[in-house]
Structures are given as C-alpha cells and as structure tokens.
Design a protein around this ligand. Structure first.
Ligand SMILES: [Zn+2]
Ligand SMILES: [Zn+2]
Length: 112
C-alpha cells in the first residue's frame, strides 16, 4: 500500500504519492526529507513502481456474476455498468468489456 509521506511530529504532508512517483521516474533516491512546518527529519521509503501503479488503479467487478476484475480503472473514475441486454435505450456506454467469467458483454459508462 502506497501512502503519502507524512511528518510523524506535526502531520504535515511531506511528499504525496504523485511526488513519490515523480522521484521514482527521475531515479532520484530520496531517503529523508525535512518537514517544512516543524523541521522534523522524516524518513522516506520509496515505493516500487508496481506499487505506485497499483495505487492509482482499482478493479471494477462484473454486475452480473460479481467477478472481481472485469476492468481496471483509475481510482478517481466513477463508472456505471449495465449488462448489454439490460441497457435502457437512452443509456449509452462509453465502452464494452466482456466478462471472463460469465462471458456477458458489459456496457461501461464513465460518470466522472
Ligand atoms: Zn512536521
Ligand atoms: Zn461476469
């Protein structure tokens, strides 16, 4: 689980997950950082690239059979899922995904 680096003295966020990801990309090895608020030295443990990617992804489960990994989306994306045969006529999905488990075609609409 990747988390923001937080000062254990005052609770100030030192590095957010996206900043951690950026220093990974720059091959910058940060092992400690100073808290800008209280000056406390905070130990930074860089997460693995895999853990960072996982942090930004979530799996949506199949609305028909409950299969947990129908499709992966970003954590902040909200979607609506309806089985192909049950879609209201005015409901237009953004994409379709076939469930590996029940083989149903699922319509997926991005809400935000
Ligand atoms: Zn602090
Ligand atoms: Zn399914």
């Amino acid at each position: 689980m990747v988390k923001d680096v937080v000062c254990d003295v005052c609770g100030e966020i030192i590095l957010t997950v996206s900043e951690l990801a950026a220093s990974l990309d720059n091959k910058q090895i940060t092992t400690s950082a100073h808290c800008s608020k209280c000056g406390n030295m905070v130990k930074v443990v860089l997460p693995s690239k895999k853990a960072v990617i996982k942090h930004y992804k979530k799996s949506i489960s199949c609305p028909v059979c409950g299969y947990e990994r129908l499709i992966d989306t970003s954590v902040d994306t909200r979607s609506e899922l309806i089985e192909e045969g049950k879609m209201p006529p005015e409901w237009k999905p953004d994409y379709y995904q076939k469930c590996h488990c029940c083989k149903k075609e699922i319509g997926i609409k991005k809400i935000s």
